[in-house]
Design a protein around this ligand. Structure first.
Ligand SMILES: *[C@@H]1O[C@H](CO)[C@@H](O)[C@H](O)[C@H]1NC(C)=O
Ligand SMILES: *[C@@H]1O[C@H](CO)[C@@H](O)[C@H](O)[C@H]1NC(C)=O
Ligand SMILES: *[C@@H]1O[C@H](CO)[C@@H](O)[C@H](O)[C@H]1NC(C)=O
Ligand SMILES: *[C@@H]1O[C@H](CO)[C@@H](O)[C@H](O)[C@H]1NC(C)=O
Length: 348
């Protein structure tokens, strides 16, 4: 937090067991009765941190985050309390490259994040970057469905992380898992509105990125644009493997099951195969129940190199608008059993 912890923390948000370098400091933030009204750091205690509006954007340019924690081991950030990014003024006025992540953790091992409400972030609500041993639970993350790039939780370069019992309704990915991540468990997360839980996108500009051991269980997609999704950009190298989505409830979810290896990161609709592709393998979609708001309930669109070890079983997805649903595969190798709609396009 780089020496400015006190000014950001209010009653209702407790920050404990802060260890920086060799020194160990305890902050009882109940003693700091400050409040963000967007301008001053000190006014009546509200249990709330409010970001300044977009006119203050120059302050965040170098950091790319509003509340930034770096190199803190054993940090606990606990609610109740609210972190309000005051995003409405940013979304319309400020280009994405100048909008900060609201709460960002970098190189913070053994991090606990629990019980807070996160509102209307300028860009992503929470970033977890190069951290290991992270437990996130009991959060409420809320922004309008049309707010741009407001991912709920964005994870990169991190290992051994659990997210549980959390509600995320925003304008972009509920949880986005980027390259350099492994051993991520996500349980009992309700998403919607938003774009669902995404692995990727991976491989932009030919980069090498790996994601493995991601297990999503007991989650709900409520009127999300996508559900369980893996997206890779042609030309990248590396892998996305040992990934499962199990016991998923769908409430009029768009595109409930998607592997998209022709993703373009918004630049186009369908990027063509290249000589290289991220290798997608050992991916399980199992125990999906509920309704799809899109005709294509399952779309396994792999690169020409193919996806291996895809398992689709124990699925019952019906249409939320009374139509027959479709399943589409492209170069997807694997096995299937007991699915509605039937998956007859997997290659063996
Ligand atoms: C992550 O942190 C470790 C430990 O400081 C460092 O060695 C490594 O280079 C970092 N990785 C990235 C990709 O930033
Ligand atoms: C995730 O769940 C798997 C299977 O239950 C378990 O082996 C693994 O240790 C868990 N990972 C974390 C980070 O809790
Ligand atoms: C789904 O979302 C709608 C609209 O936000 C909400 O009214 C409903 O309670 C949610 N359903 C569940 C089961 O969470
Ligand atoms: C699938 O779900 C629908 C709607 O709940 C139900 O009517 C149908 O019997 C289920 N089909 C199977 C094979 O379980």
């Amino acid at each position: 937090m780089e020496g400015i912890v006190a000014m950001f923390f209010m009653l209702g948000i407790s920050l404990s067991h802060l260890v920086t370098g060799n020194a160990q400091d305890y902050f009882d933030v109940g003693k700091f009765g400050a409040v963000g009204d967007g301008n001053t750091d000190d006014s009546p205690v509200l249990g709330k941190i409010l970001a300044p509006n977009a006119d203050a954007r120059g302050k965040f340019k170098s950091e790319n985050c509003w509340l930034c924690f770096q190199r803190v081991v054993g940090l606990i950030v606990e609610g109740p309390g609210q972190i309000d990014g005051n995003g409405a003024t940013w979304w319309t006025k400020v280009p994405i490259s100048e909008r900060p992540t609201a709460l960002h953790f970098q190189l913070c091992n053994d991090l606990r994040l629990r019980g807070l409400t996160h509102l209307n972030s300028q860009r992503n609500h929470i970033g977890i970057h190069n951290c290991s041993g992270v437990a996130i639970s009991d959060l409420h993350i809320i922004a309008p469905s049309d707010s741009p790039n407001t991912d709920g939780i964005n994870i990169a370069l991190s290992t051994t992380l659990v997210i549980s019992n959390t509600f995320i309704g925003t304008g972009d990915d509920c949880i986005a898992i980027s390259g350099g991540t492994s051993n991520i468990n996500i349980t009992s997360v309700t998403c919607g509105p938003g774009h669902g839980i995404s692995i990727g996108s991976l491989g932009e500009d030919g980069t090498s990125q790996n994601v493995d051991q991601v297990h999503v269980t007991g989650c709900t997609f409520n009127q999300t644009m996508n559900g369980a999704r893996i997206k890779t950009i042609p030309g990248g190298t590396g892998f996305a493997r040992d990934i499962s989505f199990e016991w998923i409830t769908l409430i009029a979810s768009g595109n409930p099951i998607v592997i998209d290896q022709h993703y373009c990161n918004g630049r186009d609709h369908y990027c063509q195969d290249q000589e290289k592709a991220i290798a997608v393998s050992d991916v399980t979609f199992s125990g999906f129940r509920g309704t799809s708001a899109a005709i294509e309930a399952i779309n396994l669109d792999c690169s020409k190199q193919g996806c291996r070890g895809i398992t689709v079983d124990n699925i019952n997805i019906t249409s939320s608008f009374g139509k027959n649903l479709r399943v589409v595969c492209n170069n997807a190798y694997g096995t299937t059993a007991s699915t509605v709609p039937a998956v007859s396009c997997l290659l063996s």
